[in-house]
Design a protein around this ligand. Structure first.
Ligand SMILES: Cc1ncc(COP(=O)(O)O)c(C=O)c1O
Length: 398
């Protein structure tokens, strides 16, 4: 069976697929139909924070699925209530809204922001975001994804979106002065925008500015959350306190789950009928969310992830000194961007050859190697990857 051909025939080509048919995944490895194993540094694009088939997640899945798969949002959902309580205990006091994806998290947050802004004044409206941000692709939020070629050809939802420069507090203040946005939404590390971490200084100044201008300070933790940068949420590294925190990707342990936390004072904005979705959340996804938190917050997963990330950074920084071919390594924790002295074709070649050698990496913005490994990536796996990368960089003569 040629799955690549069938994929091209029957599925819309919204992604450039790699020619791998994953048959199975275990630990930090993907296994294709021929039995070939690939170290998964792609991490399901930041979903698989604990790798694949983690025993605690599999056991939880088994237990919950043997009870029921779905009921309805008109009944109490124990896994969801427990998860919401735990998320709040580990972030800000308030309430949680659950949907199924990152884009839905952003959509819901925008609706809440809109309701809040109407309570403030008729003039207050819209959201300020950063250049190169990514907040989803559905029509309601696509304009908040400020990357070339993503939003330009599609109709705009009728709330204003303002674009500021990352790390440039003056550009933010200009927007706050000249317009009246209701909220500022930022990724603490811009992910698909090229792994650009925001400094604690910028985050703190942005928060102070939001307080001064009565603008909601909102963090998109969809890619950075669930321990990826060393804390449960990346904003916690900067000691700021968001009004709204978006989550998705890693929280569902591999199942679709997204949503947001709104701090007290905002948590009464939605009334029955204001928002909702049939599966928000699936009890199965919520049960897995609890299992992810068990591992991260109670079984040492967060600390293990920090140690593993520290080792990965150290090895990559040594490689940078050794070869001189790596221009920059940036990001935080298990969210890394490696900038090579190479063009898009050369970086693609490196990706292809690493794939042949059994290492799965992602490329963003054409030339930036994006690593989103599981927090469970161990020293031997890191050593094997860094050695392979070294060989491929030398071969491409970057
Ligand atoms: C920071 C961020 N926000 C929002 C999204 C959208 O999430 P989803 O693809 O689940 O709709 C993504 C997805 O990559 C993301 O990285």
């Amino acid at each position: 069976m040629n799955w690549m051909e069938l994929d091209q025939e029957y599925i819309m080509p919204t992604y450039n697929r790699l020619p791998i048919t994953v048959d199975k995944a275990e630990g930090n490895y993907l296994i294709d139909e021929s039995g070939k194993r690939y170290l998964d540094l792609f991490g399901g694009l930041a979903v698989n924070v604990l790798g694949h088939s983690h025993p605690h997640l599999m056991e939880t899945l088994h237990q919950q699925s043997s009870k029921f798969l779905h009921v309805s949002n008109f009944f109490l959902n124990k896994p969801a209530i427990t998860l919401a309580h735990r998320l709040i205990e580990h972030s800000v006091k308030g309430k949680v809204y659950f949907g199924n994806s990152g884009a839905e998290a952003a959509e819901g947050a925008v609706k809440l922001i809109h309701k809040w802004s109407k309570q403030q004044s008729e003039e207050k409206s819209g959201v300020a975001v950063l250049k190169n941000s990514f907040h989803g692709r559905t029509l309601g939020v696509i304009r908040m994804t400020r990357q070339p070629g993503i939003y330009q050809d599609f109709p705009a939802a009728d709330f204003p979106v303002y674009e500021a420069e990352a790390e440039d507090i003056a550009s933010l203040e200009n927007i706050f002065n000249e317009k009246q946005p209701a909220a500022l939404l930022m990724e603490p590390v811009l992910g698909s925008g090229g792994i650009m971490p925001l400094s604690s200084d910028f985050l703190q100044k942005a928060e102070a500015l939001c307080r001064r201008y009565n603008v909601l300070f909102c963090m998109d933790e969809i890619q950075t959350g669930m321990g990826r940068t060393g804390e449960l949420f990346a904003y916690q590294r900067a000691q700021v306190t968001p009004d709204i925190i978006l989550f998705a990707k890693g929280i569902g342990g591999g199942l679709p789950l997204g949503g947001f936390i709104a701090r007290s004072g905002l948590d009464g904005m939605f009334q029955p009928g204001d928002h909702g979705t049939t599966f928000g959340p699936s009890p199965l996804s919520a049960a897995l969310g609890n299992a992810v938190l068990d591992v991260l917050m109670e079984q040492g997963g967060l600390e293990e992830g920090r140690e593993n990330a520290e080792y990965l950074w150290k090895q990559l920084e040594s490689l940078q000194q050794e070869t001189g071919a790596i221009q920059d390594i940036r990001g935080a924790g298990m969210m890394l961007g490696i900038v090579l002295d190479a063009d898009a074709k050369e970086v693609k070649n490196i990706q292809q050859r690493l794939l042949q050698r059994g290492f799965m990496i992602n490329i963003t913005q054409g030339t930036i190697i994006r690593l989103l490994p599981p927090l469970t990536l161990n020293k031997e796996e890191t050593d094997a990857f860094v050695a392979a990368l070294k060989g491929e960089i030398a071969r491409e003569e970057v």
